[in-house]
Ligand binder design. Structure first.
Ligand code: ATP
Ligand code: MG
Length: 754
């Protein structure tokens, strides 16, 4: 294949300019990923570079897989030797090889977010702290933020950054929890996701011989989606590339959507400083989308003040304008989207896989799913509760993990009384305390349990230990499938599920069988050299939401959050739930920077489409178990009207009145709604969200002070109880008559002072 012929001149430069640092900052759909792919093919085929010396970092495993397949088409199976994958997967591989330098076992466990949060919960409880104040979620985010900025617990305790003074005063034990968390993970032989990067940094900082080895090895380093790397990732690659200096990064600042996880646009600016002899390549021609889509997206993103100057244009057809559909309720929104897909599919001879439905948050998929099911349109959800997060799957995985690493505290807690062995929470706590106080590994305590627990409980634990030992014998002798099947049976897990004859139980049983199938497939695959259970588990721990799709089975309408749609493209894209407080998200209205991140997210969504974009919004929606009236998103107005048109055909047919009794008819939906937690303001029965007074006009809030009475367009009347200044932002805490206390940012809140 003459791949160079499929590139325009600047793209070609990106492929052929192999030596020295290169940065390609270019717009969406301009072929950045294509350039990286061909560049790697070119290195191997024309320059004879050993694939083993090429490191290519992508954002999802799926992206890595696709790239590898394309490269394989040009260079053959040599492509398999590339060091290519996500930051987490590539560096966990290096950490496993070098784990002894950090005092970790090479079969360390990777804690997923659930494991981390439940460990934090335990710690907070054990320290006797207020669980409501130290919410696991919040603590987890703070620790994660610190790690991604390379702040160890020692540094954190002496200088608590990434937390406001207010919060620090409220939660003085944050540092102590961080410390305990790190030590517990270490003792359990476990790393969380952030540790995979944090510890790689420590490894390269403290072990120059190791750093040197990898610096020599990786002659060429490449990063896709560079705008979403955080400092920790940036430092690792900078260190690695510092000998050969052949580093090529591609990205688009307008698509940076992970600032909330610590990604920093500063990396792009630093890059220019760090590599003064940098070649900068601009790609401006978009090959993906029609002119109307490109122009609509451009008209939105110019509203952001913080962005690098570049223009994006296309030679593609004008195509259709961006369609806008209004629905009365979220259920009607689902129906309109499904009908529109149904019609375009037949009229334009499209397939299911040509369509994508994108939304801001996972929970929005429910009404879409229901409508698609009713019209018999097959769909696939990326992300959400993925297969590997289901309870029964996590249960078996915990057994497998504990068989590999007997100090893995979180797996131990999960399985010690599953199926029931009469070992309760108190015994488990005693075991953990014994390990902690005697500074002994968990497994050591379990093996000497009679010293720590009274008779019956000790016997039960001893039986458990014997069971695990029998699993370990299998592990040492057999492949992943034999070992896992043995464990599934002997642990009693399979039997327990088999005995449960409810539909749920049957499903769970099938899911566990499905996991065993996956392990069998792994063992049979020619791609896996190491067929041990350790190798399988190491892979599974790194699966991300976007990876849960079987690429051979793709004729489905794609449904996913906008975050997981990054880098992908579809012929027709529906962006649903275009409403204030949903998109932009209510949680992102606190500062201009947050709002700009939401706008970039919208830009990413628009630019996924090749031929047609449809935006939809509903006038009312169930959120957190309550019917809520909604306003169209401000982002709709931001699109230049020249590129937007209201879709008359698929517009709301329901009379407005129906929204008041517009609860969903289906039992499924009602159950789902009932399960959701009520965290938005509760609207008392018989009352609605406030309708602003006829003379409502926002006042100048610079004079606002405690004790004043105000009117808010949605929350109604209330009294200011507290004023705060947080950096450049002023906040008011208001006790609303109907909605209780709320803290609002005065830059955005529309308030009428009474
Ligand atoms: P994103 O910013 O969304 O990640 P990108 O810049 O990585 O986009 P690609 O995904 O590489 O863009 O390319 C977008 C589309 O344009 C793909 O379908 C690709 O095959 C096609 N394309 C890129 N360059 C060319 C070209 N020179 N000729 C024809 N098609 C091209
Ligand atoms: Mg790309």
């Amino acid at each position: 294949m003459d791949y160079l012929a499929h590139l325009n001149p600047p793209q070609r430069e990106g492929v052929e300019n192999l030596e020295g640092p290169t940065m390609i900052i270019a717009g969406a759909g301009s072929g950045k990923t294509r350039v990286l792919t061909y560049r790697i093919a070119h290195l191997i085929r024309s320059k004879d570079v050993d694939p083993f010396k090429i490191l290519a970092l992508t954002f999802t495993n799926k992206a890595a897989k696709e790239m590898r397949e394309r490269i394989e088409k040009v260079v053959g199976t040599d492509a398999r030797n590339l060091w290519m994958g996500t930051f987490h997967s590539v560096f966990s591989r290096i950490l496993r090889a070098e784990s002894d330098k950090l005092g970790y076992p090479s079969n360390f466990t990777i804690y997923d977010t659930d494991d981390s949060k439940s460990l934090i919960k335990n710690i907070v409880r054990e320290m006797g702290l207020d669980e409501k104040l130290y919410k696991a979620n919040v603590v987890y985010n703070r620790i994660s933020g610190a790690k991604n900025n390379l702040i160890s617990w020692q540094n954190y305790i002496s200088n608590p950054v990434y937390i406001s003074d207010d919060e620090q005063a409220q939660k003085p034990k944050m540092g102590a929890i961080y410390k305990e968390y790190v030590q517990r993970c270490f003792r359990a032989g476990a790393m969380d996701f952030d540790d995979l990067l944090f510890n790689t940094n420590i490894l390269f900082r403290d072990h120059l011989d190791v750093l040197n080895k990898y610096q020599q090895r990786f002659q060429y380093v490449m990063i896709d989606e560079f705008q979403d790397t955080n400092i920790s990732q940036y430092l690792i690659t900078k260190r690695l590339a510092s000998v050969h200096q052949n580093i090529c990064v591609v990205g688009d600042d307008a698509q940076s959507i992970y600032a909330f996880r610590g990604a920093n646009i500063q990396n792009i600016l630093n890059f220019e400083k760090d590599y003064p002899d940098l070649s900068v390549i601009k790609l401006e021609q978009n090959y993906r989308s029609t002119q109307n889509i490109v122009n609509a997206a451009n008209s939105v993103i110019v509203k952001n003040s913080a962005q690098l100057k570049k223009s994006v244009w296309t030679e593609n057809d004008h195509g259709e304008k961006v369609h806008l559909i209004k629905a009365t309720s979220d259920n009607e929104e689902g129906r309109l989207v499904a009908s529109s897909i149904f019609e375009d599919r037949s009229n334009k001879k499209l397939e299911n896989k040509d369509f994508a439905i994108l939304y801001r948050t996972n929970s929005q998929s429910r009404s879409m799913e229901e409508a698609l099911r009713k019209m018999n349109i097959p769909y696939r959800i990326f992300g959400g509760l993925s297969f590997y997060q289901r309870r029964e799957i996590k249960d078996l995985l915990a057994y497998l993990r504990f068989t590999i690493n007997q100090n893995d505290e979180q797996s131990f807690r999960r399985i010690i009384n599953l199926p029931k062995r009469g070992i309760g929470g108190t015994s488990v706590d005693k075991i953990m305390v014994a390990a902690f106080e005697n500074e002994r590994p968990l497994w050591d305590v379990l093996n000497n349990i009679q010293n720590f627990l009274p008779g019956r409980a000790a016997n039960a634990v001893q039986n458990f230990v014997t069971l695990i030992k029998s699993f370990r014998i299998k592990l040492e002798r057999e492949d992943a499938f034999e070992t896992a099947s043995f464990i599934a049976k002997q642990s009693g897990l399979l039997k327990e599920l088999y005995d449960d004859k409810t539909i749920e139980g049957l499903n769970r049983y099938e899911n566990v069988q499905e996991l065993l199938n996956a392990i069998k497939e792994f063992v049979d695959s020619t791609e896996s050299e190491d067929k041990s259970l350790e190798a399988f588990i190491a892979d599974v721990a790194l699966l991300t939401d976007a990876d849960n799709q079987d690429p051979n089975d793709t004729n489905y309408v794609n449904m996913m959050t906008i975050h997981s749609a990054k880098g992908l493209e579809f012929k027709h894209v529906y962006i649903v739930g275009m409403e204030e407080d949903l998109f932009p998200s209510q949680m992102m209205l606190n500062s201009r920077a947050d709002l700009e991140e939401e706008r970039r997210l919208f830009y990413v969504a628009l630019t996924r489409a090749m031929e047609k974009v449809t935006l939809t919004y509903a006038l009312s929606r169930y959120r957190f178990g309550r019917l809520k009236s909604c306003e169209p998103s401000r982002f709709i107005e931001e699109i230049d009207p020249e590129f937007l048109k209201v879709d008359r055909k698929f517009n709301s047919s329901e009379p407005m009145g129906s929204m008041n009794n517009g609860s969903s008819n289906s039992l499924y939906a009602r159950n789902l709604v009932a399960k959701r937690k009520a965290t938005t303001p509760k609207v008392p029965p018989g009352k609605k969200l406030h309708t602003p007074s006829a003379d409502f006009k926002p006042s100048d809030t610079r004079s606002l002070d405690t004790g004043m009475r105000v009117e808010h367009p949605k929350f109604g009347f209330g009294k200011v109880v507290k004023m705060d200044v947080d950096g450049a932002n002023r906040k008011a805490t208001i006790e609303f008559e109907l909605f209780g206390e709320k803290t609002l940012l005065l830059t955005f809140a529309k308030l009428r002072i009474l």
